[in-house]
Design a protein around this ligand. Structure first.
Ligand code: NAD
Length: 479
């Protein structure tokens, strides 16, 4: 094994959103930076962007946008007088289109790395100690060592495995394979009605597949505000998703070309025969073999890297960001922000990060997005609150688009009027939430929202109206 040691200021391990953003900011701040990543695309070629781009959110949203178009052409547009005959969908071409989008975006990151003179190393990295990394090149060439003054670990996460539903990526598949099916299964079951399960269900059900979600919890979507979750349950069920709550899968076995799924609910044990089963039961941090035992990197019992509030691990100069730590949820933009946050710290700059105003999004149709606290959490804490809710079906714009389902819910402190939480279910919720995030960053009150002129007609008026609803004076619903 050769010993190669260009001294970098920073080595970033992982080129997902957290890692590549960190590498770019380090380079922008004049630090000599390298980024090590081992991802390969279907053709075995190197591509940056990590799971988020290649097998996660971006891949999923690309397919969802195609599936929405197909569904609209077949259903929604008829009521606008638009008739399309003989609509068909070529699933293999749809997947190919998604791969082209991913490739183009991955290529942009490569170009950014070149622009910022970041050394990009296609290899698997293992932390040897606080300043040294062992690199095993993906092409199988000899392993070597590389050194840096600072190391940023950003290796992301991967799907958890269930011992009783072993993924074979033929009939029992993980979320990555679920974004690469080239034929349409007639009947599909998904283990887990969490974020990933719902996003995948939104795609495949829209393309015409009978989709059943099996969720062990009795409560549907426990993270968002429960008023929003109830509305989501109603809308998704109406769309035809078969949501079975309190349904714990206990086994899944291949039976010829099908899968027999066994699950338990209050009524007993059930069998379900489907063409494909997707396992979407959660994700775990990628920390296996990330550090050599002698490096003594401290992990918790679930494999997350132990960090302080500055993303610093127990090893001096070594940081862990994104899905590797438990400072916030597994969200790409949380990782991006932490990547910038640690780069600024390494460069000796003032750095801060506000987890309280981190938006969450579920990319279903309609989307769900929120920032801040839920009504349930605030009531449990005994906070005095006031609430304004405004439905999109009372805004003109929502009707012009034929997408009038959902609502905006604003929660403010009853005494000082400060915004404490904003919750949305509806078309473009992922874009709309940005206004609420900015408002909360600026410590806005509901009065600020109520006094802010919103263009008419727009979907964003629902914010304005929800703030007016707090004062019991909404304009477009009886107050
Ligand atoms: P999740 O924890 O959100 O959902 C998994 C669900 O599977 C849980 O509700 C759990 O009760 C259920 N489950 C587990 N075992 C089961 C069994 N045997 N039978 C029935 N149900 C079972 O996990 P996920 O959806 O895989 O997402 C993982 C992480 O990735 C989350 O933190 C999520 O926030 C993040 N993520 C976010 C986005 C986004 O921001 N849009 C997209 C993808 C992933």
């Amino acid at each position: 094994m050769s010993k190669l040691s260009p001294i970098y200021d920073v080595i970033v391990v992982g080129a997902g959103p957290a890692g590549y953003s960190s590498a770019i900011r380090c380079a922008q701040l004049g630090l000599k930076t390298a980024c090590i990543d081992n991802w390969r695309n279907k053709q075995g070629q190197r591509i940056l962007g990590g799971a988020h781009l290649n097998s996660g959110c971006v891949a999923s949203i690309t397919l969802l946008e195609s599936a929405k178009l197909y569904h609209s052409l077949n259903h929604d547009l008829k009521k606008q007088g638009i008739h399309a005959e003989n609509i068909s969908v070529d699933i293999a071409a749809l997947i190919d289109h998604k791969d082209k989008v991913i490739d183009a975006l991955g290529h942009r990151i490569t170009e950014l790395f070149k622009h910022h003179k970041i050394d990009s190393i296609h290899a698997t990295a293992q932390l040897s100690n606080a300043r040294q990394i062992r690199i095993s090149p993906v092409d199988g060439s000899e392993a070597s060592f590389v050194e840096a003054k600072h190391i940023v670990l950003a290796t992301g996460s991967s799907p958890t495995q269930l011992p009783y539903a072993k993924v074979d990526n033929d009939t029992i598949i993980d979320s990555f394979a679920a974004l690469n099916m080239t034929t349409l299964p007639k009947k599909l079951a998904i283990i887990g009605a969490g974020v990933i399960g719902l996003e995948l269900a939104s795609i495949w059900s829209r393309l015409g597949c009978e989709t059943i979600l099996l969720e062990a919890q009795e409560t549907f979507l426990s993270l968002p505000d429960q008023q929003i979750s109830r509305e989501a349950y109603r809308i998704y069920s109406q769309q035809g998703l078969d949501l079975r709550l309190g349904a714990r899968v206990t086994s899944a076995k291949k039976a010829g070309k099908k899968v027999v799924v066994e699950y338990q609910d209050q009524e007993g044990l059930h069998n379900l025969r489907v063409d494909k089963l997707i396992v979407a039961s959660g994700r775990k941090p990628n920390t296996e073999n990330l550090a050599a035992p002698e490096a003594n990197l401290l992990l918790d019992e679930n494999g997350y890297v132990h960090v302080d509030e500055n993303c610093r691990t127990n090893l001096p100069g070594v940081y862990a960001i994104g899905d590797l730590n438990l400072l916030g949820p597994m969200l790409a933009h949380k990782g991006i922000e932490e990547g910038v946050f640690v780069a600024e710290q390494i460069a000796g700059r003032h750095a801060s990060i506000h987890y309280d105003t981190l938006p969450s999004v579920i990319y279903t149709d309609p989307e769900i997005a929120w920032v801040g606290q839920t009504e349930q959490a605030l009531r449990a804490m005994g906070e005095p609150i006031k609430i304004g809710v405004f439905p999109f079906n009372a805004t003109a714009r929502a009707h012009t688009c034929g997408k009038a389902e959902g609502m905006v819910k604003l929660i403010a402190h009853a005494d000082n009027d400060m915004l404490l939480g904003v919750h949305i279910i509806g078309t473009h919720a992922s874009e709309l939430i940005a206004e609420a995030v900015l408002a909360m960053e600026f410590s806005a009150s509901s009065e600020d929202f109520a006094r802010t002129i919103h263009a008419h007609p727009t979907r964003s008026e629902a914010f304005h109206e929800a703030a007016l609803a707090i004062k019991k004076k909404p304009l477009h619903v009886p107050g």
